[in-house]
Structure formats: C-alpha cells, structure tokens
Design a protein around this ligand. Structure first.
Ligand SMILES: Nc1nc2c(ncn2[C@@H]2O[C@H](COP(=O)(O)OP(=O)(O)OP(=O)(O)O)[C@@H](O)[C@H]2O)c(=O)[nH]1
Ligand SMILES: [Zn+2]
Length: 293
C-alpha cells in the first residue's frame, strides 16, 4: 500500500493513505529507520497493521528535499509579494525566483493585498506585472481579504505539493487559510524561526484537491550565490535564455556580441531585472547608465 507522510513531529509520523482517505500513525520498520530520516512529503510503501498503525517498509526515492520548510518532493512554490504594506522588494522576488527555479520547483508569482492599493499602488502593480509577465512568469493578483483571484490561484494548485514563500507580512498564512479553509495559528510562523529559534516546529501538509499545501513558509530572504555558482545565475532568468549570444558562456557583461545587452537596448528585457542580475552576481557594467537611463 502507498501513502504520503503529512506530518513529521519529533518521533511522530503521520501517513495518509489516499485510497482510504485515512491517516495512520507511521512506524518505520527497523531497516527503514536505520537507512534514512523520514520527512513530510515522503511517499512511502507499507501495510496497515491495525486501525491506527501503518508500518513503513520503504521510503520512495525523493525528487528533492527542502530544508525550509523541511518537506520532501515539493513541486511548486507560490512566491507572495505586495506592492504596498509592506512595500514591494523586487530584488527579493528575483532572488526567490532564481533560487527556487534552481531547486527545480515551478514558481508562481502572487501579488497579494490588491484590495488595499491606492492609485499609485495600482499603477505600480501594473508596471511590475508587465515586467514579470514579459520575463515569462505566471502572475496572479489576489486578496486574501476579499477573495479576489483566489479561484484562479487554486486552479494552479490542484496537484502535487505546494509551499508558500515571501517576505514577512505579505499574507502567506492568510492565503493558505483562504485557499484550504484551515485556520493557521497566527504567530506560529514568527520571524524568530528565521534565526533558528523554533526550527523544530512541525510541518503539516494540508490536503488540497489532489495535492497538498505546506503550512510552513519557505524562504523570506535568500541570496542566489548561497545556492549556486555565479555562472549558474543567468540560467534562471528565463528572458535571457531567449537570446543567443556570440559566446555560449556569455555572462552578459562586457562580452562581444552579447544579445542580452542588445535586447536591453531595445527594451525587450527589463532594466530592473537586469540590475537584479548584476546585484546578485556582484558585478557592474559601465554601459548600464547609457542603456538603462
Ligand atoms: N488588506 C489586506 N490585508 C491582508 C491580506 N492578506 C493578509 N492581510 C493582512 O496582512 C497581515 C499579515 O498577514 P499574514 O497572513 O500573517 O502574513 P504572512 O506572510 O504569513 O506573515 P509572516 O507570518 O510574518 O511571514 C495580517 O494582518 C493580515 O490580516 C489582503 O489580501 N488584504
Ligand atoms: Zn550575453
């Protein structure tokens, strides 16, 4: 029989058997226990021992294993931002997009709290939406307050395992509650977790349609270079990949025949995105002010 680990809290492992829509306490057999640690999101094989117990005989090979939150086999991340309250941080969004793409996750961009935007905010939202849409990203406008955009977002989360990431206060918990109908304990996800104070807090996968949503947030800040080589970063700006530079190892800095630079000149690539790229890899180019005035 197959199941999925929906919770791992200390020694307690909860296994959901989808066939039965029933949760059991998972007990790993000795050989499994010896071989590996078990995480929420792990797909397991085993047998029902009694009405409450499932013996785990095998942990299936993991697609990936995230550390924040500790969940295996994550398919997708919803990266939540706001334009106002708190103010938009495009460099943070760009870093999250690069890192999660590098980790092999599907990335969705959500602009939340659209109910609370003033006129300037609405203009700004349009500007940034255009930039990210042109870069090739999927974008949603939502309000956890009024429900705007929630159905559209839900339809993207029907399968697989999804987590939510983004800065503090953008509405991650509010969105998860709105989508799943499960109230998250407010304050549980405190900024203290960032400093490792509550790192043992358990993670639960909340069943949603044919998939699951993690109840603990992903990164609220990251730096691409903590995850990958400088040369790797450019591969996670999808808009750069549309162009073929003269040199296949072009970093899009001062190389001859750089088509990304040409695309910037023509306005086909956003200067904001390119500036994030430079900042991420700690580079600067003399021609920037001329091209991006
Ligand atoms: N007006 C408005 N307020 C919202 C919306 N979504 C969330 N909020 C409010 O924004 C505040 C922060 O929401 P949370 O859901 O706690 O945000 P979070 O991203 O989980 O924050 P952290 O736990 O700090 O990471 C709360 O007071 C929410 O009520 C929204 O769509 N519109
Ligand atoms: Zn180039």
């Amino acid at each position: 029989m197959e199941g999925i680990v929906t919770e791992r809290a200390g020694q307690k492992i909860t296994v959901l058997i989808p066939e039965e829509s029933k949760e059991y306490r998972g007990i790993p057999l000795g050989k499994v226990r010896k071989k590996e640690k078990i995480f929420a999101g792990d797909y397991v094989e085993g047998r029902v021992v009694d009405s409450q117990t499932f013996a785990i005989e095998k942990v299936k090979e993991r697609k990936n294993l995230l550390i924040r939150p500790p969940i295996a086999n994550v398919d997708r991340v919803v990266i939540v931002s706001t334009i106002q309250n708190p103010p938009f941080q495009n460099y943070l969004l760009d870093n999250l997009l690069v890192v999660y793409d590098f980790l092999g996750l599907e990335t969705l961009i959500v602009f939340n709290k659209v109910d609370a935007l003033d006129e300037t905010g609405k203009e700004e939202l349009k500007k940034w939406e255009d930039i990210y849409r042109n870069a090739g990203h999927k974008i949603f406008r939502t309000s956890a307050q009024t429900g705007e955009g929630i159905e559209e977002l839900k339809n993207e989360l029907s399968e697989g395992i999804t987590i939510f990431a983004g800065a503090s206060g953008v509405g991650k918990s509010s969105l998860i509650s709105k989508i799943t109908g499960v109230e998250l304990k407010v304050g549980e996800v405190s900024s203290k977790t960032e400093r490792g104070k509550h790192t043992t807090r358990e993670v639960r996968l909340i069943p949603f349609r044919n998939g699951f949503i993690g109840d603990a947030p992903g990164f609220s800040r990251v730096e691409a270079l903590n995850f990958m080589e400088k040369e790797e970063v450019r591969n996670h700006f999808p808009e750069f990949l549309r162009y073929e530079c003269k040199f296949s190892d072009c970093m899009h800095l001062n190389e001859d025949g750089c088509q990304v630079r040409e695309a910037l000149k023509k306005g086909e690539i956003s200067c904001e995105r390119f500036k994030s790229y430079l900042k991420m890899i700690h580079e600067y180019v003399d021609w920037l002010n001329e091209v991006c005035s």
